[in-house]
Design a protein around this ligand. Structure first.
Ligand code: TYM
Length: 332
């Protein structure tokens, strides 16, 4: 059986990186897979959150999923904290995770910065919670952006350790699905940095909720280089900003990068940016409009989450029980 699990943190605005690296791909995967898409609120609290904002961001991400084309009739949508198996399995799997593996995680190093000792335990053990999200459903495939690759490798290692400990194949080893022309969307202010919710400059990213005018302005202001657009992929090597903008264009247009490079070859940035802004607005505006409509009906969004929670609970509680039995925990 092929089953997908993936998730997004409800921390602030969703941006073009989340959309192109993850959510856009999820929509098409619904055809061939049983899908479970989560709003990972427990991951969000590894960094300080305002309680009111966390709650409203959870509904916003739910609305963004629906507005992008995730179909709640086919796909399970729920928020992580509503299903207890995630946290319980995190404890169990943390007993199969050597500390040395966690010490290698680059995201922890980046987020904790120089104040490693002051970082909270949850931020450090975050990848074990992520492994539990996936393994609680015995998911076989995980569609994510490039930045989650290391966490997924860890999830596979944990699953493998569990299987080997008990000489079984209880957990499938989850396969990463990192595809499309924008697996790592970069900041509009600096082509060497990832586009991220935590960047101080709002001009570094395009938010799904940005107005037409703001999208135009952000693209106009995006950093470029003094050359015109290249005719070959190889010529993008030391031109991170050009590579990023062309990657965004081809992902939004659903065209291969090579084809887009041919089309745009020799154009100056001014005219390319005009096309890019038009294309971005044409893809993002309908999503933000639908999102706003969904957000007017919070009861409907909560109903979707509740139905999703029940289905998610059903699958994960059965798996959790099996796991506890395998470990030898007495079930009363
Ligand atoms: P999060 O909330 O940071 O990001 C959600 C998804 O968006 C992708 N992404 C990007 N893709 C391309 N370019 C970018 N600049 C960019 N920024 C973000 C991420 O790769 C991700 O797919 N730990 C995860 C959430 C999570 C999860 C899981 C994912 C929790 N449990 C289980 C898969 C399976 C995270 O923080 O994603």
């Amino acid at each position: 059986m092929k089953r997908i699990f993936s998730g997004v943190q409800p921390t602030g605005n969703l941006h073009l990186g989340n959309y192109l690296g993850a959510i856009k791909n999820w929509v098409s995967l619904q055809k061939d897979f049983e899908c479970i898409f989560c709003i990972v609120d427990l991951h969000a609290i590894t960094i300080k959150q305002d309680p009111k904002e966390l709650e409203s961001n959870t509904l916003e991400v739910t609305a963004a999923y629906l507005a992008s084309g995730i179909n709640p009739k086919k796909t399970i949508i729920f928020n992580q904290s509503s299903v207890y198996a995630h946290t319980e399995l995190t404890w169990l799997l943390s007993c199969f995770t050597p500390i040395g593996w966690l010490n290698r995680m680059t995201q922890f190093k980046e987020k904790a910065g120089k104040k490693k000792d002051a970082a909270v335990l949850g931020l450090y053990s975050y990848p074990v919670l992520m492994a539990s999200d996936i393994l609680a459903y015995k998911a076989t495939h995980v569609p994510v952006g490039e930045d989650q690759k290391q966490h997924l490798e860890l999830a596979r290692d944990i699953a493998n350790t569990f299987n080997q400990t008990y000489s079984n194949n209880f957990f499938p080893l989850p396969e990463p699905q990192i595809f499309g022309e924008a697996t790592r969307v970069m900041s509009l202010r600096n082509g060497e940095d990832k586009m991220s919710k935590s960047d101080e400059s709002d001009y570094s990213r395009i938010n799904i909720t940005d107005t037409k005018d703001l999208i135009n302005l952000k693209i106009q202001k995006a950093k470029t280089d003094p050359h015109s657009l290249p005719s070959k992929k190889e010529e993008l090597e030391n031109r991170p900003e050009a590579a990023n903008l062309l990657g965004i264009y081809s992902a939004l247009k659903n065209e291969k990068l090579d084809k887009v490079i041919k089309e745009m070859s020799g154009k100056d940035f001014l005219s390319f940016k005009k096309l890019l802004a038009e294309l971005t607005i044409s893809k993002i505006e309908p999503i933000s409009k639908k999102m706003n409509d969904y957000l007017k009906n919070k009861d409907y969004l909560k109903k979707i989450l509740k139905e999703g929670k029940e289905k998610a609970d059903d699958i994960s509680s059965k798996n959790l029980l099996e796991i506890k039995k395998i470990i030898g925990l007495l079930i009363i």
